[in-house]
Each structure stands twice: as structure tokens, then as C-alpha cells.
Design a protein around this ligand. Structure first.
Ligand code: NAD
Ligand code: NAD
Length: 507
């Protein structure tokens, strides 16, 4: 199994000279085996290495790249692209101003997989372009697609998830299909950038994280180009599964003001090839000619190896069922999007966000070196509508729950952003032991969101059984530790306005 250079979409990523031509060149046995080359897998490696400095770690990924992070692909990378600054290693400028690459480490950091077992100091070797088909948890054997077997002492499944498509496209002709894409990788970024540079119309389907972030980023990228950006979804507003209706409506208006033609309550009935373009027949009887459709309608965890390996998948949430230590079987762990874990506070969950991948990957890595820790950390997520509007969330941030929002009017003095991509930032603050005290010095804040003409800064509480189970911080940064503390307290508050004061939204 040889890794092909991924030039199909014009990517500039280099393929390491250390990629073995066949699986036979891979080690027969490794102490630590990581399946999946994403954030959760790499985070596990870092935890293993810091606890076992000479650890020999083999990562197997069916991608043709070294481990990289995904969040900038729908956000900052487009702003660097606009300035013509995208480099071979996908460097980008964070909203904080700091510059970094999508890749966690440069090529030189990695050990040649064929030499991993001979190295004295250990390290991580990445077997790129290899797919795992089966695990034998009892015998500790991982089998690759070509039948090659590798035995392990400790193994992690960090296979992430794969974007879904829509039936209307899955059953379409090849001519239609070649105009439809999903969005998750640097190849997808390259392909979409080419469309934005050359074509007249791009249609995004879906109102969730990818669809809404990408719509804003593309609109900014395309502002001096001829391409028009459409966003279609059946719901009434952007991010309607996450934001309360008033904020979802506000967000939709904001996305429109950025130049996106947003079409809520719209779905695609039929898609036909119309010479060079695609003709989408919509539920409202209208049709839309577009050069490409980007389907962003959620993703499904990659659990195909569960059946061949005798592992349990959660029937309603998806993902491999794991215990509190993130173990599916003895010495076999699961982290990231693919892990369905038990949260002692909020029940069984599966979380699809970067920070969860970092934190669960780290905990799995620690347990792979024998720490025996339980996963009870509340991970967070963040999203934005370009550089001006950003939000962070923690716990059950679910628009179907009752919410209470407290906002301050916008000021001309925006808050400095959190740097969520550095590993230390995501862990700081919080802890279940602290108690919340109300600061009486803080001035009164608005309690009814309808009073706010504009949603400048604010905090939204998501309520279940009169307890706060989720918190969203709107244009309010560096306070996620406090939000975590409040959720961990798991108690009823008489006056949420008093709790809101703790967030110093007027500060
Ligand atoms: P991931 O998708 O980054 O990594 C999974 C890896 O496993 C991929 O490299 C995949 O190719 C590989 N893989 C899957 N099945 C395999 C098999 N059988 N054999 C070998 N390799 C296999 O997932 P992750 O590590 O859980 O974390 C990524 C995080 O980033 C997620 O939490 C996700 O929700 C988040 N995310 C963020 C954004 C954004 O903010 N724009 C976009 C997408 C994803
Ligand atoms: P998502 O779950 O955020 O949103 C999917 C949206 O598609 C939902 O709003 C849903 O209502 C809609 N949808 C579902 N079925 C549909 C259908 N048949 N027709 C039309 N719409 C339909 O997923 P996403 O935006 O595709 O993102 C993919 C993954 O990457 C998710 O796991 C997401 O959490 C992750 N991601 C995270 C971030 C972040 O943390 N900031 C950013 C980008 C992506």
C-alpha cells in the first residue's frame, strides 16, 4: 500500500520521504499504537511522551499528511488566504495575532516508521496512507487493510468522524456528484479556494458550525471577487441547534450583512447538471444555478472497525462505548469524536469539538501509561462569525433547552480573544472544588435579551431541572474556567442575574 501524493486538489503539502512503500516495512510490534492521525491521536502522543520520555509510538492514519488541527480550516486560514499568505505548511494568523501552522509539528519532528523500534530515545512515527480494518482486543493485534498485522501493548482508537452527504446527492449522476463536496481537510480547503478564485457561485448547505463559519470566511475572502456565496438550510436561522432563536436570528442577519445570501427554510429537492454548472431545484419552487455545493450537514463517527473487532457502538449517539477511563476493552482506549463516554454530571455523551479531542486524547494517553484517571473534565468549544463576533461554550449548549441570556450593549472596545489552540489555554481555570461568590460591586445588567438592541457581550445559561447545564459566552473571552466551575457546582441558583454578574460583562 503506497501513499500517493495528494496533488489531485492542487495541494502543496509535501509527502515525507519516510513513508514506507508497503506495510511490510512497518514494525511487527509496538508498545503504543494510535489509530487515526488527528487531534485526539496527537494529543495522546504528547501525554504518553511526557510520562514515558522514551516511548515508541506508531500512529496509523489513512490520510496522507502528518497530524494537523482542523479549526482554522473554516476560520483564520481564509483570512490568510485573502492576503495571499497560505504557505506549504498552512501557516495562518490567529485572531489573537499569533502565527502558527495547521500542523502540530514540522516533518523533522517525526521518526521514520521503519526505524522506530531501533531508536534509543523513541518518538512518534506516522504510517501515512494505511487503513486499520480490525482489532483483536484479546490478542492485542491490529490488522491493516492489506492483512498486515501489528501487535501492541497499548492502543488508542482516535478515528474521528466523516462528513455526511444528503440523499439528493448520494443518488445523483456522476455529473452532479463532481460538483458536490464536503469540507473537512486541507484538500477541501484547496479545492474550495480554487472555486472561489475562478467561479461565479458557491452554495453551502447546512446551518451548523462548518456551514456558518465557512459562509463568513468565504464571504470575506470573496468580497473583491466575482463569486457569490449562498447558504441554504431547512431551519429558520444560523446555528439554530446551539443558539436561542433571538440570537440565531441576529446571527443570520449578521451573516447576511457580511455578504452571504442566506436562504433559511430552504431545502434541495433535486439537482441536475446544467452544462458547466449545477441546477438546484428548491422546495420553494425556485431554482439556483451554482458552480459547487459544499455539504455541511454534520458528520458520523468512523466506527466501521467496531463490527470486525467486537466493539460496542452507542445506538443513539454513535461512537465506541467506553468506560470512565475511556477504555473500550483492557489496554484499548478511544478518544475524540469517535468516543462515546459517560459524563458523571451530564450523562452519556459524544462531543465533536477540538478541545474535547485535545483533552480526551491527553487523558487516554495518560491512561495508556498506567495513570488510571477518570474523564470528568468539561471540555469547551468556540466558534466565530469572522474576527468581530466570537463565542465559547461549555456543557450542554443545546437550543432545545430553556435559556436565560444576559447581555450588555456593544462597546467600541472589544475584548482580547482567547488563544484556544495552545494546549495550556484550554485547561486553565475551573475545578469542581471552588464556590461561586457574587460580587455586589458589579453594576446591574440587562436580564431580558429582548431589551438588547444589539448583542454586544453576554452570557447565556442553558437550564435543565432548574440547574445550569450549559453556558455560552458571547463575545466574552477568558472566562471559560468560571463557566466550568458553575456547571460543576450542579446546583440551583435563585437569581441568575447574580450569577451573570460574575462574568463581568460590562468590564
Ligand atoms: P479527526 O477527524 O481529526 O482524526 C481522525 C483521524 O483518523 C483522521 O486522520 C482519519 O483519516 C483517521 N482514520 C479514520 N478511520 C481510520 C482507519 N480505519 N484507519 C486509519 N486511520 C483512520 O478526529 P479527532 O482527532 O477526533 O479530532 C478532530 C477534532 O476537530 C474534532 O473534535 C472535530 O469535531 C474538530 N473539528 C473542528 C473543525 C473546525 O473547528 N473547523 C472542523 C472539523 C472538525
Ligand atoms: P453540525 O453538527 O455543526 O451542523 C450540521 C447541521 O446540518 C445541523 O444544523 C443540522 O440541522 C443540519 N442538517 C442535518 N441534516 C440535514 C439535512 N438533511 N439537510 C440540511 N441540513 C441538515 O456539523 P457541521 O457543521 O457539518 O460540522 C461537522 C463537524 O465538525 C461537527 O462535528 C462540528 O462540531 C465540527 N466542527 C466544529 C467546529 C467548532 O467547534 N467551532 C467548527 C466546524 C466544525
Amino acid at each position: 500500500q503506497k501513499v500517493a501524493d495528494s496533488t489531485e486538489c492542487g495541494t502543496t503539502a509535501a509527502i515525507a520521504s519516510t513513508v514506507p512503500a508497503t506495510s511490510a516495512e512497518l514494525p511487527k510490534h509496538v508498545p503504543y499504537l494510535l489509530i487515526g492521525g488527528g487531534t485526539a491521536g496527537f494529543s495522546a502522543f504528547r501525554a504518553i511522551k511526557s510520562n514515558d520520555p522514551r516511548a515508541k509510538v506508531l500512529m496509523i492514519t489513512n490520510e496522507s499528511r502528518k497530524p494537523y488541527m482542523r479549526p482554522p480550516l473554516s476560520k483564520e486560514l481564509w483570512y490568510s488566504a485573502e492576503k495571499g499568505e497560505v504557505t506549504k505548511d498552512y501557516r495562518f494568523k490567529q485572531w489573537t495575532g499569533a502565527e502558527r501552522s495547521l500542523f502540530f509539528e514540522p516533518e523533522e519532528f517525526f521518526v521514520d516508521p521503519t526505524k522506530l523500534m531501533e531508536t534509543v530515545n523513541g518518538g512518534i512515527a506516522v504510517a501515512q496512507g494505511f487503513t486499520v480494518k480490525k482489532i483483536d482486543p484479546a490478542k492485542h493485534i491490529v490488522t491493516l487493510a492489506d492483512g498486515y498485522e501489528i501487535t501492541y501493548d497499548e492502543c488508542l482508537i482516535a478515528t474521528g468522524c466523516a462528513p455526511k452527504s444528503l440523499d439528493v446527492f448520494a443518488q445523483a449522476t456522476p455529473g452532479v456528484k463532481e460538483k458536490v463536496m464536503v469540507y473537512r481537510s486541507p484538500d477541501d480547503f484547496e479545492r474550495l479556494k480554487r472555486y472561489a478564485d475562478e467561479k461565479k457561485s458557491i452554495t453551502i448547505v447546512g446551518n451548523g458550525f462548518t456551514g456558518s463559519e465557512l459562509a463568513c470566511s468565504l464571504a470575506n475572502y470573496a468580497k473583491d471577487k466575482k463569486v457569490k456565496i449562498y447558504q441554504i438550510f431547512p431551519e429558520s436561522g444560523n446555528m439554530s441547534k446551539v443558539l436561542p432563536t433571538y440570537l440565531s436570528n441576529w446571527t443570520t442577519a449578521k451573516v447576511e450583512s457580511m455578504g452571504v445570501c442566506v436562504m433559511p427554510e430552504t431545502s434541495i429537492k433535486n439537482a441536475q447538471r446544467d452544462e458547466a454548472a449545477l441546477k438546484l431545484v428548491l422546495n420553494n419552487g425556485k431554482s439556483l444555478l451554482t458552480d459547487v455545493v459544499v455539504v455541511c450537514v454534520g458528520c458520523e463517527p468512523n466506527t466501521s472497525i467496531a463490527l470486525t473487532s467486537g466493539l460496542e457502538v452507542d445506538k443513539s449517539l454513535g461512537g465506541f462505548v467506553v468506560n470512565a477511563e475511556l477504555e473500550a476493552r483492557r489496554n484499548l482506549f478511544v478518544a475524540g469524536d469517535a468516543s462515546c463516554f459517560y459524563d458523571p454530571l451530564l450523562g452519556r455523551r459524544r462531543v465533536e469539538h477540538h478541545d474535547h479531542s485535545v483533552v480526551s486524547g491527553r487523558l487516554a494517553g495518560e491512561n495508556m501509561v498506567g495513570k488510571k484517571k477518570a474523564y470528568n473534565h468539561q471540555s469547551m468549544f468556540w466558534s466565530d462569525l469572522g474576527p468581530e463576533v466570537g463565542y465559547e461554550g461549555i456543557g450542554l449548549v443545546d437550543a432545545s433547552l430553556r435559556t436565560v441570556g444576559v447581555f450588555a450593549l456593544p462597546t467600541s472596545n472589544p475584548e482580547p480573544r482567547t488563544d484556544n489552540l495552545t494546549e495550556t489555554a484550554v485547561m486553565e481555570g475551573g475545578g469542581s472544588g471552588s464556590t461561586v461568590t457574587v460580587n455586589p460591586e458589579t453594576p446591574d445588567v440587562k436580564c431580558d435579551p429582548k431589551d438588547a438592541d444589539e448583542y454586544g457581550r453576554g452570557v447565556i445559561f442553558y437550564m435543565k431541572d432548574d440547574k445550569i447545564v450549559g453556558i455560552l459566552l458571547w463575545n466574552l473571552f477568558n472566562r471559560i474556567g468560571l463557566a466550568r466551575t458553575i456547571i460543576n457546582q450542579n446546583k440551583k441558583y435563585d437569581d441568575l442575574n447574580e450569577v451573570a454578574k460574575l462574568f463581568e460583562i460590562h468590564a
